[in-house]
Design a protein around this ligand. Structure first.
Ligand SMILES: [Zn+2]
Length: 280
């Protein structure tokens, strides 16, 4: 048995302010990182309760760092790359510390990839956040996403896409920076048990493949300046100098919809050459 645990810093119990997550300073993030580490270790215990010899990879998905390698008990720490694109021999994906997508009402610390620049992501016309994108990338490799721990809105979002998923609520959102937190020991015990149940059910939970290729990802930014140089050059080249496309180091398939919105097209999610790949 081999599993990948995707982690983020906004979803654990005790975390409801961007002051606790947006900083690069570990002293400010320490309490949040401690909460995340305890929840991740509970998840690892849950995996081992069912599969004692399982290989458990744990990816730190928080941009500025949300986990310390030394805090993990029985998991292999991955801080680089995006391992959910490379699930060759993986049997299941789990999420711990997950938040809801940008724009979700009363969802603590909700965002989609960047809490400072992204208004929304829409994939093939459907609003998606980090959960759906990564569950779909796993699903397109035949790997099911079987568990999510996070705030109540993040668990609802996960069940919209994967109705069979096991979930544990860490806190109840009351605003973008407000939540009623559950007892942390109860949460940890539920994560351990919920992950064990999910591991028992791996065969029953289908890989998420609900959005079919080809893909069009619409990204709306909060501000026109959030559209990166690569997006602008891509759109401009496509429109006026299409013959230059092959020789420029830019992602293909990017068009500009308006001052804050781009559309990125790709035939698959898994092609590293596509403009889509780098945004997921
Ligand atoms: Zn995130």
């Amino acid at each position: 048995m081999h599993v990948l645990v995707i982690t983020d810093l906004e979803g654990p119990v005790g975390v409801d302010s961007f002051r606790q997550t947006r900083t690069g300073r570990t002293d400010r993030k320490r309490a949040a990182m401690d909460h995340l580490a305890r929840e991740v270790n509970a998840a690892i215990e849950g995996v081992r309760a069912v599969a004692p010899d399982a290989a458990v990879d744990v990816w730190d998905g928080h941009g500025s760092g949300g986990l310390r390698e030394a805090d993990l008990v029985g998991g292999r720490y991955l801080d680089g790359g995006r391992p959910y694109f490379h699930l060759h021999d993986c049997d299941a994906v789990l999420f711990v510390g997950q938040h809801a997508m940008a724009g979700t009402p009363n969802a603590p610390l909700c965002h989609t990839y960047s809490s400072l620049s992204v208004d929304y992501y829409k994939l093939n016309g459907v609003f998606v956040g980090e959960f759906a994108c990564r569950a779909l990338i796993a699903g397109r490799q035949g790997v099911p996403t079987v568990f999510l721990a996070g705030d109540d809105k993040a668990t609802l979002e996960a069940r919209q896409f994967v109705p069979e998923i096991e979930t544990v609520v860490t806190k109840y959102g009351r605003g973008r920076e407000s939540a009623r937190h559950r007892d942390r020991d109860e949460v940890r015990a539920e994560i351990r048990d919920g992950v064990a149940t999910a591991m028992d059910r791996v065969e029953e939970i289908p890989p998420y493949t609900g959005l079919e290729p080809p893909y069009t990802l619409e990204i709306r930014y909060l501000d026109p300046s959030n559209i990166s140089k690569i997006d602008r050059v891509g759109g401009w080249v496509r429109k006026y100098l299409p013959f230059l496309g092959p020789v420029l180091p830019i992602a293909t398939g990017v068009t500009r919809v308006d001052s804050r919105t781009i559309r990125v097209r790709a035939d698959t999610l898994l092609d590293p050459e596509s403009g889509l790949y780098h945004r997921l």
